[in-house]
Design a protein around this ligand. Structure first.
Ligand code: GN1
Ligand code: MG
Length: 367
């Protein structure tokens, strides 16, 4: 893919190749996520404004875009079958892909590979959690989503990003970046490297338990940031789970851990003032309750007991990924400033340290 920003002309050309009725009014960028480029277009359809969301998919990260789209279509059609023609399932909606004029699920053009979704109006996504009700709703939504995938035959899904959830794999990538150190950055992050190294034992726990069968492999969402939930503007309820790029076989608590990492954080993911970083225990409890509610009793006793550990290990894992990318020269996550990935890694590691201190207060007893 070309990583240069598409020109307005290119953008107009791209969106007009999707099967959308009416006249195009405008296309604007939407700041969202670290991977793809996202835009919103507005069309006039019989006098009303109708919006669509377009994404230029990052094929440096996702080498196999057909496989990504295959997974999204597989998951969506699995959910749609359960909806049996209704507009919602348990109060949740599903994102609708809009095909191209050629009836394909995505567009391959000079300006990259693109997909389009209908915009779900009267909903909002949030970068910061407003309180326990929202935390509960988000966790319930992701728990619900995961439980809906329990009867999807996982062999239908492709592994679009190999070993995506594997912490040992992330540790290896970190070590590779450290050995190579192409930008000579390791010397400026000795403390961060040491933090990563002293916690490396933690990396192997989940894989060991998966291998021994102590915890099951489950198809998961894989990117349970708060801003991947659309909340109903009227009721504040979670209405739609978005960003199905990483729906793949993993372990249930990856989703829970990532939820805590982001939603219960007391700071932004890239905060520079580390004194602000930590985990809000009240929000954490709301996430536990919401997740247990959403998964509806599907989690085993061992999984429930592992919830606090999952929060720690997933936060550590994402920290490793940010630090590895910083060392590698910012080749994976988009950055907007110097040391952006290093700042992100530091926040994750500080959160891990805080969670270690709060371990007792984070325990969950199976009900
Ligand atoms: C990436 O781009 P976004 O925000 O949807 C990443 C996630 C990380 C997250 C960290 C495909 O997600 O795994 O948890 O950044 N997605 C991919 O903020 O690597
Ligand atoms: Mg994502």
């Amino acid at each position: 893919m070309t990583s240069r920003r598409p020109t307005p002309r290119e953008l107009h050309h791209v969106v007009q190749q999707f099967a959308i009725a009416g006249g195009l009014k405008d296309v604007r960028p939407l700041q969202r996520g670290h991977i793809h480029d996202t835009f919103v277009s507005t069309w006039s359809q019989e006098g009303a404004d109708v919006r669509f969301l377009h994404q230029r998919m990052n094929d440096k990260v996702f080498h196999d875009i057909p496989a990504v789209m295959h997974n999204i279509e597989t998951v969506s059609s699995h959910l749609r079958k359960k909806m049996a023609g209704n507009r919602t399932l348990d109060g949740f909606r599903i994102l609708d892909l809009v095909n191209t004029n050629e009836d394909r699920s995505y567009l391959v053009g000079d300006a990259g590979q693109w997909r389009t979704y209908s915009f779900i109006e009267n909903t909002t996504s949030f970068d910061h959690c407003s309180g326990t009700k929202q935390a509960f709703e988000a966790a319930k939504g992701f728990g619900w989503f995961q439980s809906q995938l329990a009867d999807l035959d996982a062999s239908n899904l492709r592994e679009t990003l190999p070993k995506f959830f594997s912490t040992p794999h992330r540790l290896q990538q970190f070590h590779d970046a450290l050995d190579e150190d192409p930008r000579n950055r390791a010397k400026d992050c000795a403390d961060d490297i040491e933090f990563a190294e002293t916690r490396s034992e933690m990396a192997f726990v989940i894989e060991r338990m998966l291998r021994s069968g102590e915890i099951p492999t489950r198809t998961v969402h894989g990117d349970t940031k708060l801003n991947n939930v659309l909340f109903c503007d009227r009721t504040g309820r979670a209405q739609c789970i978005v960003d199905l790029d990483t729906c793949m076989p993993g372990y249930s608590l990856y989703d829970f851990g990532d939820l805590v990492r982001f939603t219960a954080a007391t700071s932004d993911e890239d905060e520079r003032d580390l004194s602000k970083v930590g985990t809000d225990l009240t929000l954490y409890r709301a996430l536990v309750d919401g997740y247990l509610d959403g998964t509806g009793g599907a989690l085993s006793k061992v999984e429930v007991e592992l919830m606090p550990f999952a929060a720690r290990v997933v936060t550590y894992t994402i920290g490793l990924r940010f630090l590895a990318d910083h060392l590698a020269g910012d080749v994976y996550f988009k950055v907007n400033r110097d040391n952006h990935n290093l700042d992100r890694a530091r926040v994750q590691f500080r959160m891990v340290a805080r969670m270690e201190e709060q371990a007792e207060a984070m325990e969950v007893t199976p009900r």
